[in-house]
Ligand binder design. Structure first.
Ligand code: ATP
Ligand code: MG
Length: 234
């Protein structure tokens, strides 16, 4: 399993009160799986995604990532795991506006200690893969939404993480650009990348192999059904 969440609860402190957001979440995601998480606004999807992506910590419960207990890791260890093993894609792209497309994509490799020449070569290769070879010197503001999201995917994947986390990756895009993003996700999935994607849209969720739903911080269909388990070898 890449992700094993057991009995995860999360609450936020509001003034003096603990406001619960996630309730007893159990969720396993197998290596190479493509999972969609659906649910209404405010149901806790991004909160769960942030915990999975090691950007935030649960209030209680256990999280094993890649077989390793995340509650036993220091902040430095968590950020190393995050940088090496997890790629992120967000609804609003989160690109640096003053940097070129190429520099944006090369940035994660700087944190990984790759030397400059290699960073730029690898970033260019990723941009070719997402169909943006002609745009490497552009700034993000000079791109369409769909192009920005393809830059964000190139950045997420440039260090070859095994897990791609996407929070509403098509939420700001028109249908056609959204379909291009889904095509890229299919390619990555076919190459063995594990994908966890949040979406409001049933058509987008339909691209995943498995769909789970969160309502009011509770997960429905979180663990494998028996028939699915028979087909899995772990
Ligand atoms: N940092 C925070 N402090 C306090 N409450 C928070 C914080 N982050 C989220 N919440 C609350 O947790 C609940 C779930 O928020 P979350 O962002 O996970 O929802 P979501 O399912 O991603 O919604 P959307 O579809 O609108 O993005 C909301 O009620 C929100 O107000
Ligand atoms: Mg959200």
């Amino acid at each position: 399993m890449v992700i094993e969440l057991h009995d995860i609860c999360k609450s936020y402190l509001q003034g003096k009160e603990q406001v619960p957001v996630l309730h007893h979440i159990d969720l396993d995601v197998a290596e190479g799986e493509y999972l969609a998480i659906m649910g209404p606004s405010g149901s806790g999807k991004s909160t769960l995604m942030n915990i999975i992506g090691l950007l935030d910590q649960q209030t209680s419960g256990s999280y094993f990532f890649d077989g390793r207990d995340m509650t036993q890791c220091s902040d430095n260890q968590l950020s190393d795991i995050r940088n090496q093993k997890i790629g992120f894609v967000f609804q609003n792209f989160n690109l640096l506006p003053r940097q070129s497309v190429l520099e944006n994509v090369a940035l994660p490799l700087l944190y990984a200690g790759v030397r400059k020449k290699d960073r730029l070569v690898r970033a260019r290769e990723m941009l070719e893969r997402v169909g943006l070879a002609e745009r490497v010197q552009f700034r993000p503001t000079q791109l369409s939404g769909g192009q920005k999201q393809r830059v964000a995917i190139a950045r997420a994947m440039v260090s070859h993480p095994r897990l791609l986390l996407a929070d509403e990756p098509t939420g700001a895009l028109d249908t056609r650009s959204g379909e291009q993003i889904m095509e890229l996700f299919h390619q990555l999935h076919a190459e063995g990348v594990t994908i966890v994607m949040i979406t409001h849209e049933p058509e987008i969720a339909g691209h995943a192999e498995r769909v789970v739903t969160i309502r009011d911080g509770r997960l429905e269909n979180g663990s494998f059904s028996e028939t699915e388990q028979e087909g899995e070898t772990s």
